[in-house]
Ligand binder design. Structure first.
Ligand code: ATP
Ligand code: MG
Length: 373
């Protein structure tokens, strides 16, 4: 087990700078997840930690040891990639044993390590099979098994589940959580998948264009995104944004006049650093919009409804909103009877609203106990 520290880590290919001074501390035994849009540098960062890419600035330590010039094989890490190339002509046992054989580990020790990994991953009964005779999920387990037998100090996973179908992803997600619970080894995991990030991570790192936007627990990021980028990135479906202007700042709340029309909404945020007249963006998550409630209302006409049975999404256009407000209603309490063309009163609870200044920085949200419960 080991912690991983990055201090001012830079990566450039010639003149093209990919990572811009990354500072991060990944704690010993932590499950850390990297998320961010395609091309933001998640894989580059992971490969830099692995030593598959040489960093062009800064310092990287694993378990307190500076590893900038240490080759990948001596860093105490094991990496699992999205495309888990197994050797097709070898059975599972040999696929998992291969690295240990190369390292001239004694036979009995290899036997124990492989059987132990196979047991953890529930593939003991498959050890004689060749990869072509396995399902996708089983192949993925072999790739993880190959990493486990090396007893690394740190596991690195680059979108390990993205080749699997939806049902299998759910099962493997659970397996990853259990694997971390059993091994308690430091894990760094890259994913595009919101749910994977929220459910697996002790902490999430949100990256954008080679920079860290925010680091925090899943709920911290959900409830207190530092800026518009993180607010729009964490949460699914995405947070709604409405343009507006600050018209009043009081202790405990601010009033925002929406740019389309005369509606003023109150938000429970700390406006002490802002000024009346400031342009702001109001944020509200689809799951926090209601059809009933006192005050903070706006009128819309439903443009489109998606009924998934338990959950209903209504898309409601409003001036100053790109496309439409996405509203999410749970259960069958009438929401399933919504129709396009219908007029709808929307209630946006003051404690559910986020406010961002003209630079996209979030005004601090004040306690929202009913949301954080
Ligand atoms: N060898 C290279 N030379 C120049 N640019 C590169 C090289 N390798 C990667 N890049 C660039 O670095 C940036 C980051 O790539 P990276 O693969 O880390 O993104 P990512 O966040 O993992 O994206 P994805 O989610 O699509 O996997 C991209 O803009 C990519 O084009
Ligand atoms: Mg990638």
């Amino acid at each position: 087990m080991a912690d991983v520290r990055l201090t001012g880590v830079e990566k450039a290919y010639g003149d093209i700078r990919i990572l811009h001074g990354i500072d991060l501390e990944i704690r010993d035994g932590e499950f850390m997840v990297f998320v961010g849009p395609s091309g933001c540098g998640k894989s580059t960062l992971l490969r830099s930690i692995a030593g598959l890419e040489e960093i062009t600035g800064g310092e990287l330590t694993i378990g307190g040891r500076v590893v900038n010039d240490v080759p990948p094989s001596a860093r105490g890490i094991a990496m699992v990639f999205q495309s888990y190339a197994l050797y097709p002509h070898m059975n599972l046992f040999d696929n998992m044993a291969f690295g240990l054989k190369l390292a001239k580990v004694p036979k009995a020790e290899i036997e124990t390590a492989v059987r132990n990994a196979a047991k953890i991953l529930h593939i003991e009964h498959l050890l004689d099979r060749k990869p072509k005779d396995l399902s996708g999920g089983q192949r993925q387990r072999v790739a993880i098994g190959r990493a486990i037998v090396r007893k690394p100090e740190v596991f690195l996973f680059d979108e390990p589940l993205s080749n699997l179908d939806a049902a299998l992803r759910v099962r493997m997600r659970y397996e990853f959580a259990k694997l971390h619970e059993d091994l308690k080894t430091t894990m760094i995991y890259v994913t595009h998948d919101q749910v994977e990030a929220m459910t697996l991570a002790d902490r999430i790192v949100v990256l954008s264009a080679g920079k860290v936007e925010q680091v925090g627990s899943p709920l911290e990021l959900y409830e207190h995104p530092r800026n518009l980028f993180v607010a729009g990135f964490i949460g699914s479906p995405k947070m709604n944004f409405i343009e507006g202007e600050l018209v009043a700042i009081e202790a405990g709340h601010v009033d925002v006049k929406l740019s389309g029309g005369n509606v003023v909404l109150q938000a429970r945020v700390d406006g002490s650093a802002a000024q009346v007249g400031d342009k702001v963006t109001l944020g509200v998550r689809p799951e926090h919009i209601r059809t009933e409630g006192q005050g903070n209302q706006l009128q819309s006409t439903v443009a489109f409804v998606e009924s998934l049975g338990g959950t209903t999404f209504a898309y409601c256009p409003y001036p100053g909103v790109e496309e439409a407000l996405t509203c999410q209603f749970e259960g069958r309490n009438g929401a399933d009877r919504l129709r396009s063309g219908q007029a709808l009163n929307l209630h946006l609870p003051a404690e559910a609203l986020y406010v961002f200044d003209a630079d996209g920085k979030a005004l601090r949200r004040l306690a929202a106990p009913e949301l954080s419960a």
